[in-house]
Design a protein around this ligand. Structure first.
Ligand SMILES: NC(=O)c1ccc[n+]([C@@H]2O[C@H](COP(=O)([O-])OP(=O)(O)OC[C@H]3O[C@@H](n4cnc5c(N)ncnc54)[C@H](OP(=O)(O)O)[C@@H]3O)[C@@H](O)[C@H]2O)c1
Length: 350
């Protein structure tokens, strides 16, 4: 029998991706869609501002949206809730569900808490070990697992084989982030057409701190952050989906460029080894053409879960340059959460 799943924020950009990611899922069955009081009581097709090319799946279109409330978990017998709601409302709501069931969250609210995993299954699966502490600290039967900010999510995957093989002294990254990253009401067309905006509120702070937790270690029930410096410059560009990032990495050890490419190409994490349903194979698609990756062509690789990496160059001793691209609402949001849930389920956390 499949596990029963609810989605909070189901009408939004990320919520729509959850609906698609859960269609025909071998272990999870989408049982309820939740959103704000504006949408509650409406049929999904009338409440959602559907922006995906594919039609709203049959069976979802006529579902009536519920207002977000813990009682919904009991009413539908939920095992899991995926959260894609604004950070401002997440703290109380997510905690109320976590009292009894597993919560996988996209919001920034709990990401940096000392007893909450900020999980990227290919990078730090062992961080799920903190759940036991979280349950004890908070008296919850359920738990919260978070996934990173959508730009961090794409960056840390190629950084993992780099830090493991050469060490990292510092990372300098400039992002070119898609419009869907700002949500449906995010960026007015008059602001972005024929333009780019060199500022995304709060984004640089998240990118400069989250990689330290993700690439750090869990030791004696405490996160030891990775010690490198991170510098980010974040830009909104006129692209629908897919965040592109240009990175400069100063390594501890020197490297041969062909060796770096081999390590990126051959990289695999636990999700690939365990054969999790949402795991892309390979997680990193290494591109040799000088003009790739590009969002329009490459964002959907691996069902939107692969990170494309190109322009891998050695500038001088211990200085590596590359460009990476990932789908912000799939690898950077809904797909990431579903992969987190698959890993936690396989590790028998619920
Ligand atoms: N977009 C991305 O690439 C991305 C990536 C990673 C993480 N995230 C995070 O994921 C979350 C959702 O982002 P999004 O881009 O999907 O936003 P969005 O398109 O604006 O959707 C927001 C969703 O939250 C619901 N909502 C809004 N205000 C609410 C309230 N006061 N109480 C309960 N529900 C409320 C909305 O319901 P109604 O339709 O009823 O208003 C809608 O379902 C945010 O925390 C965001 O930071 C987004």
């Amino acid at each position: 029998m499949k596990l029963k799943v609810g989605v909070m924020g189901a009408t939004g950009m990320v919520g729509q991706r959850f609906i698609m990611a859960l269609q025909g899922h071998p272990w999870f069955e989408l049982s309820v869609l939740m959103a704000s009081s504006n949408s509650a009581g409406k049929k999904y097709r009338d409440a959602a501002k559907w922006y995906l090319k594919d039609e709203i799946p049959a069976g979802i279109s006529d579902m009536v949206v519920e207002e977000i409330n813990k009682k919904v978990a009991d009413k539908y017998g939920l095992d899991i809730v995926f959260s894609a709601i604004p950070a401002e409302v997440a703290r109380e709501v997510e905690a109320s569900f976590a009292e009894s069931i597993a919560v996988f969250s996209n919001t920034s609210t709990y990401r940096m808490d000392k007893d909450v995993p900020l999980l990227v299954p290919e990078v730090n699966p062992e961080h799920l070990g903190i759940i036991e502490v979280q349950r004890r600290n908070r008296g919850w039967e359920g738990f919260i697992v978070t996934n990173p900010n959508c730009s961090t999510a794409g960056l840390v995957v190629p950084l993992k084989p780099i830090i493991d093989n050469y060490g990292i002294k510092s990372v300098n990254v400039t992002t070119m982030q898609a419009l869907s990253g700002a949500g449906y009401e995010g960026v007015p067309s008059m602001a972005i057409l024929d333009n780019l905006i060199p500022f995304i509120k709060g984004e640089e702070d998240k990118m400069e701190i989250e990689p330290h937790k993700i690439l750090g270690r869990l030791e004696k029930n405490e996160f030891k952050y990775a010690g490198f410096e991170a510098f980010a410059s974040c830009n909104r560009v006129n692209v629908l989906d897919g965040h592109t990032e240009a990175a400069f990495v100063y390594t501890d050890k020197d490297f041969e460029i062909e060796d770096v490419k081999k390590k990126l190409r051959e990289f695999e994490g636990e999700p690939q080894k365990m054969g999790l349903p949402t795991a892309p194979k390979p997680p990193i698609v290494l591109m040799d053409k000088d003009d790739r990756p590009q969002p329009r062509f490459d964002r959907d690789l691996g069902g939107g879960m692969a990170v494309s990496v190109g322009r891998v160059r050695k500038k001088r001793e211990k200085l590596l340059k590359f460009v990476c691209l990932s789908h912000n609402t799939i690898r950077g949001a809904a797909g990431a959460s579903v992969l987190n849930a698959e890993l936690a389920y396989k590790k028998k956390l619920f």
